[in-house]
Design a binder for this molecule. Structure first.
Ligand code: HEM
Length: 174
């Protein structure tokens, strides 16, 4: 496969770095939601969420300035539409999920510290009612995000195992 049919090196690096951090935060988030007094894990989860938000900002700028390789010609229009709809949903979740988490922490009355290095400004007032809404919003976003990732992963596996069309090469890190 020629390089022209692949995502750029930067797009591939961002894809897998963000995928790794998101996977870590999904697992960490499940632990936080089910085990009490996870203060250190909370700090790590919030810090990583902020890093995901920053990387998502870089990634969207890169995406809008570097057109990805066209999808394979053999793909039916509906399948192309579905793949692209899931991709844009994933971009949306990369922003919305950490932002809702950050605001929820502030509404709870906590300050988000980034790896104990510096604090983020507050983006929501301390308010119990608002906290409950934002906490629920963050949870719904995180669950939907995970669902979209599973659909995305199933699509990648469909191409790799059933269609064997080499699509995975386009995003492969090396
Ligand atoms: C192990 C899990 C994953 C696999 C196997 C995978 C695989 C892929 C592949 C093969 C593509 C390129 C599709 C094409 O050729 O057009 C792609 C694109 C993409 N992936 Fe993943 N991915 C995974 C996880 C994730 C995660 C966790 C996210 C979100 C955080 C994500 C977000 C995206 C986005 C937004 C695109 C579209 C890029 C664009 O065209 O703008 N992926 N993925």
């Amino acid at each position: 496969m020629g390089e022209a049919q692949r995502y750029t090196r930067v797009a591939r690096a961002l894809h897998w770095l963000i995928a790794l951090l998101v996977a870590g935060n999904v697992v960490g988030g499940i632990v936080i939601a089910n085990v009490e007094n996870q203060n250190t894990l909370y700090d790590l989860h919030r810090s990583t969420g902020f890093v995901i938000l920053c990387l998502a900002a870089i990634r969207i700028v890169w995406r809008l300035t570097h057109r990805p390789p066209p999808l394979p010609a053999h793909m039916p229009a509906l399948q192309k539409f579905a793949a692209e709809a899931v991709h844009w949903a994933l971009y949306g979740f990369m922003f919305a999920t950490p932002l809702a988490g950050w605001a929820a922490a502030n509404a709870y009355g906590a300050t988000v510290s980034v790896y104990w290095l510096f604090n983020l400004p507050s983006i929501a007032p301390k308010d119990e009612g608002l906290f409950n809404i934002l906490k629920g919003t963050h949870a719904v976003l995180a669950i939907s995000f995970t669902g979209a990732i599973l659909v995305h992963f199933a699509g990648a596996m469909f191409h790799t195992i059933v269609q064997r069309d080499g699509l995975m090469r386009r995003m492969w890190p090396v």
